[in-house]
Design a binder for this molecule. Structure first.
Ligand SMILES: [Zn+2]
Length: 120
């Protein structure tokens, strides 16, 4: 079974090749407890990933932190156990052109859409 750090490294490589900005968060006494392992940005989209070995489970504080990010931050936060899982999430939040055409605008609001409230 692959180590967690080797899965993290593989996800970072895959994400970087796909054009994502990726940061590995290293937990310490000075950082926010339970913050997911990876924060990824691309084109204004943010995705958090907590990486576990296959069969691994997040700790209660990790579960709580991910719930906070989703509910208060409105950003996706998932547990992943493989690079394939991470890649399919990257595709979901940054679909290829072919898939993007099929998505409804409700599911994926077009970027750069003008906000009426922002008008003077
Ligand atoms: Zn696609």
């Amino acid at each position: 079974m692959p180590s967690e750090s080797s899965i993290v490294a593989a996800i970072k490589r895959r994400a970087t090749v796909a054009g994502w900005w990726v940061m590995k968060h290293h937990g310490s006494a000075y950082s926010l407890a339970g913050l997911p392992d990876l924060v990824m940005h691309k084109g204004g989209v943010t995705v958090y990933m907590e990486v576990k070995r296959p069969g691994g489970k997040p700790t209660p504080i990790q579960v709580r932190r991910m719930a906070e990010l989703r509910e208060r931050g409105g950003v996706p936060a998932f547990v992943v156990t493989s690079v394939e899982q991470a890649a399919s999430l990257m595709h979901l939040y940054d679909p290829c052109d072919e898939c993007r055409k099929e998505y409804s605008p409700v599911k994926t609001p077009r970027r750069g859409v003008e906000c009426r409230k922002a008008r003077p």
